[in-house]
Each structure stands twice: as C-alpha cells, then as structure tokens.
Design a protein around this ligand. Structure first.
Ligand code: ADP
Length: 234
C-alpha cells in the first residue's frame, strides 16, 4: 500500500430517496467506493438495495443529497449528459442476464461498446478479447439459448467490462444460478477486480457478501455497517 488514496468512483453524501406515499427508501446514505475496490452492498428485502442500485447506477436521482460518479456531480447534468456518463463510466450486470436472444455471444458483448464511437470491426475485436477474458472464446458464436446460465452471466459480464467502465455494478449476479455456476461467476468478479476493475455487488445473500473484501450493510435505507476484511488490491 502506498498510503495514497485512490480516487473515488462513487461518492454519495447524505443521499435521501423518498417515494410517493412518504416511504424513505434511502434515509441519508454516505458511501464512497474507490478505484480498485470490490464491495458488497448487502441487506435484506426492503432495505433499499434496489433504490441504491438505481441511484449509484444514475438510473434515478436522489430526493436530496449529492451523487458523484467518477468525480462528476450528477445534479449538474441533463438527462442526456447523464445517459452519456452512464454509458461511459458504468457497466451493469443483472440477475437475469438481459442478453439479446437473437444475437450471438460476441454480438451481445459488442453491444457494450455501442456508444463508444468505435468502428464496428474494432468493437468486434474488443468483444472477442473480452469473451476470452471470461473464458468463453470458444462460445463466441453461440446464442443465449445455447449457453448455460453461468455462461450467460459471463457473457453479460464481458459486455459490462468491454468498454472498461470505472465501475462494474452487479445486481444479484448469482441470484439465478446454481451454486457451482454462482461460484464461477464470483471467482470471475474477483479475477477482474485483481486485474483492476472496481466492482460493487448488490445482494441479499450474506454468503456472497461474506467473501468480498468490503461489505456495506444496509437496513431501512441506512448504512448500518461498513467493514473491510481483506486488503484492497494494490
Ligand atoms: P430492496 O431492493 O432492498 O428490497 P427497495 O429499494 O426495493 O429494497 O425498497 C426500499 C423501500 O422502498 C421498501 O419499503 C419499498 O417498499 C419502498 N419502495 C421501493 N420502490 C418504491 C416505489 N416505486 N414507490 C414507493 N415505495 C417504494
């Protein structure tokens, strides 16, 4: 460790999210995630995880409080600029994969570069490389229905990281998988983190969270514990 703090990728300060009807889904969240971290955001159903995912993913704005992603205060951005920031800085992985069924694995991964401005051939080449990184080079022409659940999630992860986002945001990434495939997916996230990716995993599963170096526990829209067990990859 050098002692020099890595730059924050996510900075939430006093974030409150109130829904119509008066529910305070987030009740004053302060959370900083720095480059190179692998953090689990864990809480039971109803604790505010989905709301937090939407805020950190810039899919929604807070009622009050500030949200900075890669140093940009999202309050200052129009919806259009915010979409551009999201495309550039955040890669998403969802429980249900969200792959396009009519496309091959490599085409799905290349979708992650759609807004990059890169020419098609280069997008393909980078997609091929990303598929290789998740161990699926030999499945590049397979369509989602020809892949196992774990393989689909690895394709989704390749799509999320192909543009080298500042943050990989994974929402219950093992939720739809059997335990062996889930294990493989978590190992992959650890490997990508060791290679430099900053990753936040949102989960209700304490077994998943317990194996991550940092855990942020939320309950009733508040951070109730924030623990770092292992060391951040140097
Ligand atoms: P989790 O993902 O941990 O289950 P959520 O973020 O979905 O938690 O929900 C947090 C709280 O906010 C819950 O009490 C939930 O009922 C409430 N909530 C979530 N979405 C809405 C909504 N669109 N309108 C009103 N209340 C909501």
């Amino acid at each position: 460790m050098t002692g020099i703090a890595r730059p924050p990728v996510v900075e939430l300060t006093g974030v409150v999210k109130r829904y119509a009807g008066g529910v305070r889904a987030l009740d004053g969240i302060d959370l900083t995630v720095r480059a190179g971290e692998l953090v689990g955001i864990v809480g039971p159903s109803g604790s505010g995880k989905s709301t937090l995912l939407h805020i950190v993913g810039t899919l929604d704005r807070p009622t009050t409080g500030t949200v900075k992603i890669a140093g940009h205060d999202i309050a200052a951005l129009s919806d259009r600029r915010l979409s551009a920031l999201r495309a550039r800085h955040i890669g998403f992985v969802f429980q249900a994969f969200h792959l396009a069924s009519g496309m091959t694995a490599v085409e799905n991964v290349a979708e992650g570069l759609l807004y990059s401005g890169l020419p098609r051939a280069r997008r393909r080449r980078l997609a091929d490389e990303a598929l290789g990184r998740v161990g699926l080079a030999d499945r590049r022409r397979h369509r989602p229905h020809e892949l196992s659940g774990g393989q689909k999630q690895r394709v989704a992860i390749a799509r999320a990281v192909v543009g080298q986002p500042d943050l990989l945001l994974a929402d219950e990434p093992t939720g739809a998988l059997d335990s062996t495939s889930g294990e493989t997916v978590m190992e992959l996230l650890h490997t990508l983190n060791a290679e430099g990716s900053t990753i936040a995993v949102i989960t209700h599963d304490t077994e998943v969270a317990d194996r991550l170096p940092r855990q942020v526990r939320i309950r009733d829209g508040r951070v109730v514990a924030d623990t770092t067990l292992g060391k951040v990859v140097a």
